[in-house]
Design a protein around this ligand. Structure first.
Ligand code: SF4
Ligand code: SF4
Length: 425
């Protein structure tokens, strides 16, 4: 880190000792998983810097924004529309939930058989180690899976600023109407928080900002269809993870810079791994920072990941918000249309997700699909079985993995992944 942020963390009420321990584990994992990779694009230097400052400089920036009158909103799900937050002069950051923390304390409040993602969100709060959570003026929970919606009842007793957004479970007209009324309710809540009204001009600008971020990520994704793959899946995942908390304009520039570099790599047939390396499409639960276990296992087992069908990946970013509206209502309508397409497994039925996986398999010239489900995540684990069957019916080799955030099963996972990669060869 470029400077000593102890005072800032102390002021935020972090548990300094626990926080130091978290940073040291995070730093070591980053070193072993990320910095140990070969042939990385130079542009990844920016993301290395962002990660080294994830609890430092970025938090300072957010606190500076707060001091200048902006509000900070933390969110756990890609259904929380960044366009609305930005248009009402708030900054939206993703609350990562990608590592186990304070597990004993968490299990006093949540059943043991709760998914690692929900447990992590509680662990970061109970352990007082997340500066994003501590500096947020509003934390948005959403009624997606049963685990999340019930756990928010308890989270509400731990944080003073929880806002819960209701979400539909069906892609019906009634479902869309619910999403629309919830997005209007969210708009009002954010306007009340910031004291700034969403105007046609501010919404137009925010749609442009968020679309630019998505377009840069689309550009990066398209380049991964080249063979040899110009960037590792681990590095591309990192860009998708940083998407959630970096300054949007700076993020867009940095991803576009990497893309300029990758275009040259593609032209010169330069890759991160040799040309005949088996190509994997990863599909399933979102992988938040620092959940790098499975991608790391895959890419150290002789394969390369060429796409993520995930909310930290293409499920979250693939659609743009139509920017042709001229009034607030027209643009709100476009936002509803855009987010209603997200094919999260909480929807029933959810056929779009299967089509998207098959489409990504073709687009990124994958050789096989690895489905990643977090233990105790009913929506994705349930959906994994029909997804696997449907893919195999199309002769797409598929491996279904259920895991959590611990490293205990790393050896066993590696054996299974290596066998799958052998089969693809
Ligand atoms: S998987 Fe579903 S609940 Fe999770 S972030 Fe994505 S949309 Fe939200
Ligand atoms: S959708 Fe699955 S992974 Fe996400 S919070 Fe719910 S149970 Fe956990």
């Amino acid at each position: 880190m470029s400077q000593d942020y102890t005072k800032m963390w102390e002021k935020l009420g972090l548990n300094l000792e626990a926080h130091d321990a978290l940073l040291s584990v995070l730093g070591k994992a980053y070193q072993d998983i990320y910095l140990a990779q070969k042939n990385r694009p130079q542009g990844m230097g920016y993301f290395d810097f962002v990660m080294s400052e994830v609890h430092g400089l970025r938090i300072k920036e957010l606190l500076d924004e707060q001091a200048a009158g902006r509000k900070i909103i933390g969110a756990y799900c890609v259904f929380v529309p960044e366009e609305i937050a930005l248009a009402a002069e708030a900054t939206l950051v993703g609350l990562c939930s990608g590592a186990d923390f304070a597990a004993d304390e968490v299990e006093k409040l949540l059943p043991r058989n709760t998914c690692a993602l929900i447990k992590s969100s509680f662990g970061f709060k109970l352990g007082k180690v997340c500066p994003y959570l501590e500096c947020a003026d509003m934390i948005v929970g959403e009624n997606t899976c049963d685990g999340k919606k019930k756990s928010y009842e308890t989270l509400n007793t731990l944080v003073k600023n929880l806002y819960v957004m209701d979400l539909p479970q069906k892609k019906s007209d009634e479902g869309k109407a619910l999403l629309k009324s919830e997005y209007y309710r969210f708009k009002e809540a954010v306007e009340k928080l910031t004291g700034a009204a969403v105007t046609a001009e501010s919404l137009r600008k925010s749609i442009e900002t968020v679309n630019s971020k998505r377009k840069a990520i689309h550009r990066l994704a398209r380049l991964r269809s080249a063979s040899p793959a110009p960037i590792s899946g681990l590095d591309a995942l990192l860009a998708n993870q940083v998407y959630f908390y970096d300054n949007p304009a700076r993020f867009t520039d940095s991803v576009n810079k990497i893309c300029d570099e990758l275009e040259k790599r593609v032209e010169n047939k330069v890759g991160v791994f040799p040309e005949n390396t088996p190509r994997i499409l990863l599909s399933g639960c979102p992988m938040a920072v620092p959940n790098w276990k499975l991608p790391w296992i895959i890419e150290t087992s002789g394969a390369v990941i060429v796409g993520e069908e995930s909310c930290v990946g293409e499920r979250g970013t693939r659609n743009l918000t139509d920017d042709s509206g001229t009034t607030v209502d027209e643009m709100m309508e476009a936002i509803v249309e855009r987010y209603f397409k997200v094919d999260c497994a909480i929807f029933t039925p959810n056929p779009d997700r299967l089509s998207h996986i098959a489409e990504m398999f073709e687009t990124y010239k994958a050789d096989g699909v690895i489905h990643y489900g977090l233990q105790f995540c009913q929506p994705y684990l349930m959906e994994a079985i029909p997804v696997e069957k449907a893919l195999e019916a199309k002769n797409i080799p598929t491996l279904r993995i259920d895991t959590d955030y611990s490293m205990e099963d790393a050896g066993q996972l590696k054996t299974r992944v290596e066998a799958f990669v052998e089969l693809l060869k």
